[in-house]
Ligand binder design. Structure first.
Ligand SMILES: *Cc1c(COP(=O)(O)O)cnc(C)c1O
Length: 457
């Protein structure tokens, strides 16, 4: 029989549990720093978080259980698109003329075209269970907003999305998708919150940022009784929900008869698709001497892991969210308007940050011109058009494939293609017509943004 192009698991082989890396972090010598209250800077308590999140998610955020069962209702909704396929990129290998074997997990088959529903669905489910009537959230390019809008529909919860203004104005299609799923979408900053009004007073022409939109959504949830808030990345429980990706991939590589991966590659905005993909491999590797390398790729325009500072900072611009220790560019950093909207964020998952700090995960950065070049070559070989965010993983895998060629070694590379780019055609149009430019932060801009980082003992 011909070599398979993809491995598709049956529904019966879908994971029934999420993998919680917090149970294993001590074996990597990591003691995750405590989360602090935004005002008192003391350790946060479950009660402090109760206004924003339902009890089950707070419990997951703090859990050290290795496996957490996926509720049957959540598994049922997952089955609309999960398990997702794992491909061998034979045509792309040939185009790159590499001896490497490249595999990619494809999360673009979800209803919204990315990995985000993997966490939106359980978040909406636990909220519905806890009596939440409305969930507020923020969205950049609209990936997270559409995932949560879809998930809220599944469980009959209302959904209010604050969408970063530049995307709201320039990228109407995801807004329309959210509205199709009955969400209310407001461009941020807006005059519906104190946080939004304050920013508008100071900078009426602002194009917005994720940090500002988070402040608006959090303020609404904190001030309304049956309204809670949901975050699409960064937090432990979000990365936990995404671990279905890596668990499926491990099984699929076995069915392919693949060698154990030499390198595991993903892109990082807040760290959720990378964590969900890589953590099950990390748990699976011998911790004293991992058999795989782990490579996280981010934009040069928002170089959180490669140039940010590892320190306590807020998740939002107004300083309403808890303080977490993470790599940050400073909470009032407004990223340049690159096309990878989902990666334009100042912070990072504390779990990923700690693993980078410990030298277990490597971080790299790339400019958007290089990203789109790789993506176009990938699309011409494999057919799928990567989301610009996911394209950072494509670029990272390409670098590894070229390094394998250089070394003359048939290395095994696996990466997460976390979303398709079918809503990002204007970005591809800009690229193909020479309208795309690279941004790189200079040291002065970086230092200025980092000045606002609070001091925490
Ligand atoms: C949101 C998004 C990202 C960035 O978020 P992570 O939490 O780092 O995964 C990356 N890729 C796609 C397709 C996204 O929608």
């Amino acid at each position: 029989m011909a070599q398979p192009t993809k491995i598709v698991l049956s529904e019966a082989d879908a994971p029934t549990h999420w993998y919680n890396i917090n149970a294993d972090l001590p074996t990597f010598g990591i003691d995750l720093p405590s989360v602090r209250h935004p005002m008192t800077k003391e350790n946060i308590t479950p009660d402090d978080l109760g206004a924003l999140f339902p009890p089950a998610l707070i419990e997951q955020e703090m859990s050290t259980e290795r496996e957490i069962e996926i509720p049957e209702r959540v598994q049922e909704v997952y089955r609309l698109w999960r398990p997702t396929p794992l491909y061998r990129a034979r045509a792309w290998e040939k185009a790159l003329d590499t001896p490497a074997k490249i595999y990619y997990k494809y999360e673009g088959v979800s209803p919204t075209g990315s990995h985000k529903p993997n966490t939106a669905v359980p978040q909406a489910y636990y909220n519905a269970e806890a009596g939440t009537k409305r969930i507020t959230t923020e969205t950049g390019a609209g990936q997270w907003g559409s995932a949560l809008s879809f998930a809220c529909q599944m469980f009959d919860v209302a959904c209010d999305v604050y969408m970063v203004r530049v995307s709201y104005e320039q990228k109407p299609y995801r807004r329309i998708l959210m509205e199709t799923w009955d969400a209310t979408v407001t461009p941020s900053p807006s005059d519906t919150t104190d946080a939004g009004r304050r920013v508008l007073e100071r900078t009426p022409e602002t194009t917005g940022s994720l940090g500002i939109a988070i402040s608006e959504a959090v303020e609404r949830a904190a001030s309304e009784d049956t309204t809670r808030y949901a975050l699409g990345s960064v937090l432990n429980h979000v990365l936990l929900h995404q671990t279905v990706i890596g668990q499926e991939t491990i099984k699929q590589l076995e069915l392919f008869g693949a060698d154990y991966p030499d390198v595991v590659v993903g892109c990082t905005g807040g760290g959720s698709n990378f964590g969900g993909f890589a953590f099950p491999f990390l748990g699976d590797n011998p911790h004293e001497q991992p058999r795989s390398r782990f490579v996280a790729v981010e934009p040069k325009a928002t170089p959180t892991l490669t140039r940010g500072r590892y320190t306590y900072d807020y998740g939002d611009t107004a300083g309403l969210t808890p303080l977490v220790k993470m790599h940050t560019l400073g909470h009032d950093f407004v990223p340049p308007p690159i096309h990878s909207g989902g990666l334009r964020y100042h912070g990072m998952s504390p779990q990923i940050s700690a693993l980078v700090e410990a030298g277990i995960i490597e971080a790299r950065s790339a400019g958007q011109l290089a990203i789109f070049k790789s993506n176009q070559q990938f699309a011409r070989a494999e057919g799928i058009l990567p989301a610009p965010e996911a394209g950072h993983a494509v670029w990272g895998a390409e670098q590894e494939a070229l390094a394998a060629k250089e070394a003359g070694e048939p290395r095994t590379i696996v990466f997460n293609l976390c979303g398709h780019g079918n809503f990002d055609l204007s970005a591809y149009d800009d690229y193909m017509n020479g309208r795309l430019e690279d941004y790189e932060m200079d040291d002065r801009e970086m230092d200025a943004a980092l000045e606002a980082v609070p001091a925490v003992e």
